[in-house]
Write a protein that binds this ligand. Sequence first.
Ligand SMILES: *Cc1c(COP(=O)(O)O)cnc(C)c1O
Length: 431
Amino acid sequence: MRFVSTRGRSEPVGLSAAIEQGLAPDGGLYVPETWPRVAPLEVRGDTLPRVAAAVLAPFAEGDALAGELGAITAEAFNFPAPSVAIGAEPGLSVLELFHGPTAAFKDFGARFLASSLARIRRGRPRKLLILVATSGDTGGAVAAAFHDKPGIEVAVLFPRGRVSPLQEAQLTCWSGNVRSFAVEGSFDDCQSMVKAGLKDEALRARYDLTSANSINIGRLLPQMSYFAWASLSAWRADGGAMSFVIPSGNLGHGTACLWARHTGLPIGDVVLAHNANRTLPDYIAEGVWRPRASVSTPASAMDVGDPSNAERLFHLFPEVEDLRRAVSAYSVDNEAIRAAIRAGFERYGQVWCPHTASAAHAFWRHRDLIGAPGRWTLAATAHPAKFREIVEPLLGRKVPLPPALEALLSLPRSSTRIAADVGALLGALMQ
Ligand SMILES: *Cc1c(COP(=O)(O)O)cnc(C)c1O
């Protein structure tokens, strides 16, 4: 299997090279050159890591990682992803993707990427330095995933004072190969510093450099795994398809589900739930792609006005008509998110984070509008305790932290304060 750039002006490469490069040289995103067919009957395995290894095998064919997929998925997906049936709504389940070390589904992608890169880089004489800018969640997942991986160093940049206390703890509790930098500036400053750092000659003379942002195919492919796992579990029970509602921002998550369906997995309808950042729902309604600045909402991990993975969606569905047939998309406003958090608790006894609540609202709307027969799954992307300052006042009760987060919080903190200037970053990294 080879991967080509969405912009069509880069050489096709194998999986390892696509993962190591991140972005294709022409600035596009890597996508599979051809689509493997996955026959549900032939997928063996009764655990998520085994199903993942089987479903991802065709994407690694001919690559050095092919023989290692079993070990990678076992190491990366070492936490459960339970599907919880909602008793009050026959056919409806919630897939809890937040039982990893940082309590959000980004652990799946970050941990698979880390396990893959550690193997790809084995035996290389130079160290790989990963530069990540984060507005909160991604940096924590990446730092946790790469901590202690040999041959790899990580520098995480976050805007000082602009991440939640919990996020700050997740960003600064590391030592050894993970360093965190509290930048006196905004997230955009952090991002420009990373971009400039990746191009810096002196830094490149000392390290191999890459980024770990969500456009890396090594973060996208593993997200197919739990859609495969949840849909196959249902299919094995009764031969039916599973439909999914997915909280979406940068569209990595939704793209992974559509890719999983495209390979032949038993997935029915796909509904994308966006917050007030409605670039994709507007595109589907109006047929005009109008990226815009993001607005801030209670479902902050979905605050993306110019989703980078849209390029992968358009590659698969070049015409808006094709996309309309493939997915439905809803924009959920802030008040509806809050109402869904309350309703989830009152109707079902479920405590949801704002992202998961957006998915529930989109499901209700979809069902009212066109009906939703068969089995449905809401992807629950973060543990509600990660957003307890929003959830607790709405429910009037405490939301306890999961043990994994509790454990992170008790570690000592360390970070380096630096000016919002690439010189300051380089100075610190070159010491
Ligand atoms: C990143 C994230 C999303 C959105 O996923 P995309 O791949 O960016 O569409 C949804 N919920 C949570 C909790 C996230 O961290």
